[in-house]
Ligand binder design. Structure first.
Ligand SMILES: [Zn+2]
Ligand SMILES: [Zn+2]
Length: 230
């Protein structure tokens, strides 16, 4: 019997009508129906068409309009849940208190959102800094996606002095970059798409740093992103 990872109550299997009719694979989160009520999925038909923020109708949100005006490439993000109180509490327990078991709570939704796994897509997680890793002893983004998708850890964090030294002067003069590409991303140019993976989309800054690190490393294909919450 599967139990809810948040309250330890047994989970009653739910099969959506869609799954029954079309015999599609249906993946369930490790949440009981009462805990599920604390989370709100984002309706993919009424959200910002760029960052995936929940809106009353499908349009472009103010933050993305501002980004559009600043020019530069826009990153299309899909977010599955609203960052509400329930989600805040979940991350508090998972990342804040370091309850590693909770990485599997939303595995069903993440699997559902990325099925079928396309061979031509590279799944690239946003890395955690070594100081955060030292605190938690695990990488929360790898925790969420590592058992769900075949991931390629192409990006790494600049841990200041050591990695900064490897950059050219020109690279260092550009806006401070959080990440760098661990291998020449130009080798990946035959791939149609890179899907960046992160846990929460707040301002988008982290994901945009990921995007620019891949572009700086020479990747020319399509780049989109997926986050659990927005
Ligand atoms: Zn529960
Ligand atoms: Zn937006």
């Amino acid at each position: 019997m599967t139990i809810c990872l948040l309250c330890q109550q047994p989970i009653v299997a739910q099969y959506s009508l869609c799954a029954l009719f079309f015999k599609r694979q249906f993946y369930q989160d490790r949440l009981c129906s009462s805990c599920q009520k604390n989370f709100q999925t984002i309706d993919q038909l009424s959200c910002c068409s760029i960052c995936g923020r929940s809106l009353k109708q499908s349009e472009v949100c103010r933050d993305c309009i501002r980004r559009q005006q600043q020019s530069g490439e826009l990153l299309r993000n899909q977010a599955l849940f609203r960052y509400n109180v329930g989600m805040h509490d979940y991350f508090q327990q998972y990342k804040g208190r370091g309850d590693y078991q909770l990485r599997q709570v939303f595995a069903g939704s993440l699997r559902q959102a990325t099925q079928p796994v396309k061979q031509s897509v590279l799944f690239v997680p946003i890395p955690t800094s070594s100081s955060h890793f030292a605190q938690r002893q695990f990488d929360p983004v790898l925790g969420l996606y590592g058992e769900v998708l075949p991931i390629t850890p192409l990006l790494a964090c600049h841990d200041h002095d050591t990695h900064q030294a490897q950059l050219t002067r020109q690279q260092r003069l550009r806006t401070p970059q959080y990440f760098y590409c661990q291998q020449a991303a130009t080798e990946k140019n035959e791939l149609k798409q890179i899907l960046l993976l992160d846990d929460i989309y707040t301002t988008g800054t982290t994901l945009y740093h990921g995007l620019s690190a891949l572009r700086q490393a020479g990747y020319r294909g399509k780049i989109t992103s997926l986050t659990l919450a927005r």
